[in-house]
Design a protein around this ligand. Structure first.
Ligand code: GLC
Length: 424
């Protein structure tokens, strides 16, 4: 069946290329995604190579905002209006269920992708109700960057981290201990997920019950709040920072630790801009009491717009961009992690990726995904508001999480998605 479909796709493409040639007009395919640091160079190169393969096709890059929530908003506007462009969308790992549920992206099964090679957690986030709607493109992991010129080893526990951060800070060797993303946006949720895991908590349990108001979660949020307030090793300015602000501070040599994604590695190694080139390493975010070290699972997937005028060609672009060669190039230039498992056993990846592969592989296995649900964006927003209130001292962590849990339970019930024993 698959090979018949593939043959059909090839014939359709050949016909379409010929038709284009006859008309002499170019077909435009639009791709939307992020272009942070070296990402722009990588994606432009790869789109140009794709266009070389398909004479008569112009591929246009629509750069979208770096901030996950802003990009989401833009996509919702486009897709809600049934805009046929962009044809191919770079989705955050947390959006696929929502977009699939809304009918905004095409089911990909008819195109016959061999999905076995993809990292299971990333693949699970690409499916909705058992159907594949996106292809994992690169995987993001929350990493703890630490300064090798200030510390001998990465912290083994959260209390170690706090002690080391305060020590370095009070010796006047850096301005700040630890920096992370604390603005009221999606990044804050990923930082919280790592703290949750460190204390043995979660947002939803395996049965879909809301557990974000339970004691481990309260301990996690209390630790984050105290790190800013009482313990003072996280500056309160993080409450307005996203990834790039944290990176600038760490890059200037102003922090001993930073929580950030792999993309920062390549930029921190750029000697012309960074004061910490060759003076940092990464480790998993360490465990606190009752939990385990963990990294939040992030990353991007590629999907085809349900109203694209050229779905077959759009699919070809998805297939091209998710091929091993493209992933290796992205690893080399942007330090972004491939979503294909087989690459992790190759010398090619070890040579391409500046971050030690063995370490990354271990972290991927322990990565924590955010809930896969079509109402994720609303759920996250409820959490963002309450987390931010607790961190800025407007509410106690227990009260903030109680409110968040109540709102999330009501949201799930409204959407018919509540776990059975949590139906009001
Ligand atoms: C990164 C991750 C994404 C996450 C976002 C939060 O882009 O890949 O999954 O939602 O950061 O800021």
């Amino acid at each position: 069946m698959r090979s018949v479909l593939r043959l059909f796709a090839v014939v359709a493409l050949a016909w379409w290329s010929a038709a284009c040639g006859e008309r002499g007009g170019a077909t435009r395919l639009t791709f939307s995604g992020s272009a942070l640091g070296p990402e722009a160079t990588v994606v432009r190169r790869q789109l140009a190579r794709f266009a070389e393969r398909y004479p008569g096709v112009d591929v246009e890059l629509r750069v979208t905002p770096d901030a996950a929530d802003q990009r989401h908003q833009l996509y919702v506007q486009w897709l809600n209006a049934r805009a046929p462009e962009p044809d191919v969308l770079q989705l955050d790992v947390i959006w696929t269920a929502e977009f699939a549920g809304a009918g905004w992206i095409l089911p990909l099964e008819p195109f016959g992708l061999d999905a076995d090679d993809f990292i299971p957690a990333a693949l699970a986030a690409s499916r909705w109700r058992g159907t594949l709607y996106a292809v994992p493109w690169f995987v993001d992991l929350g990493l703890l960057y630490w300064r090798t010129d200030l510390l001998d080893a990465p912290p083994r526990s959260l209390s170690d981290l706090g002690d080391a951060a305060r020590r370095v800070q009070s010796a006047g060797r850096t301005r700040f201990g630890l920096v992370w993303q604390g603005a009221r946006y999606e990044g804050l949720v990923t930082v919280f997920v790592e703290h949750l895991s460190a204390f043995g908590g979660g947002i939803l349990d395996a049965a879909g019950r809301v557990i974000v108001d339970e004691p481990p979660a309260v301990r996690a949020l209390t630790f984050m709040r105290d790190a800013i307030g009482r313990d003072g090793f996280v500056p309160s300015s993080v409450l307005t920072w996203r990834e790039e602000q944290a990176r600038f501070v760490f890059q200037n040599g102003d922090a001993a630790f930073m929580r950030n994604w792999p993309y920062a590695w390549a930029l921190l190694q750029d000697r012309s801009r960074s004061r910490v080139a060759n003076r940092f390493a990464v480790a998993p975010f360490p465990a606190g009491e009752g939990g385990r070290p963990a990294a939040a699972l992030g990353g991007a997937q590629l999907a085809v717009n349900a109203w694209s005028a050229n779905p077959t060609l759009a699919w070809e672009l998805v297939r091209f961009l998710t091929a091993p060669e493209q992933m290796l190039e992205r690893a080399r230039l942007a330090a972004q992690l491939p979503s294909r498992r087989s690459l992790y056993a190759t010398d090619a990846l070890a040579e391409a990726l500046p971050i030690p592969v063995a370490q990354v592989r271990q972290m991927i296995d322990a990565a924590v995904a955010r809930p896969v649900t079509p109402v994720y964006s609303e759920l996250s927003e409820m959490l963002q508001v309450r987390l931010h209130r607790a961190l800025s001292g407007q509410q106690t962590p227990a009260a903030a999480l109680r409110e968040a849990a109540r709102e999330i339970r009501a949201l799930l019930a409204r959407s018919g998605l509540a776990a059975e024993d949590q139906t009001p």
